[in-house]
Design a protein around this ligand. Structure first.
Ligand code: ZN
Length: 97
């Protein structure tokens, strides 16, 4: 059985493109494009503001376990919590462009 583990980082994508990865251990505020804003606080992440009409991403609340994801469908934004083992295969160094 898969055990739920706390994630270590957050991957932010828009239109399927990786915009950045952020450490879950570090409290921070991040703007995603023009319409979305996320906050990382005490090891969890949540969408704090969004200009989408449905606001479903906001209602998804805080996530912190590996593999958990917040999706803002109208803005094509995803915020995904990843663990240590995933860091390599998602190519964290690829975002240094
Ligand atoms: Zn949304």
């Amino acid at each position: 059985m898969l055990r739920k583990r706390d994630g270590t980082c957050v991957l932010v994508r828009q239109n399927g493109k990786l915009l950045g990865s952020y450490d879950l251990d570090e409290d921070q505020e991040i703007d995603i494009g023009s319409g979305n804003h996320i906050s990382i606080e005490s090891g969890s992440v949540r969408m704090t503001s969004a200009d989408c009409p449905d606001q479903i991403c906001i209602r998804q609340g805080k996530i912190s376990t590996e593999g958990a994801m917040i999706t803002c469908l109208p803005n094509r934004v995803t915020v995904q919590v990843m663990g240590d083992d995933a860091a390599g295969e998602t190519g964290l160094d690829a975002i240094a462009y």
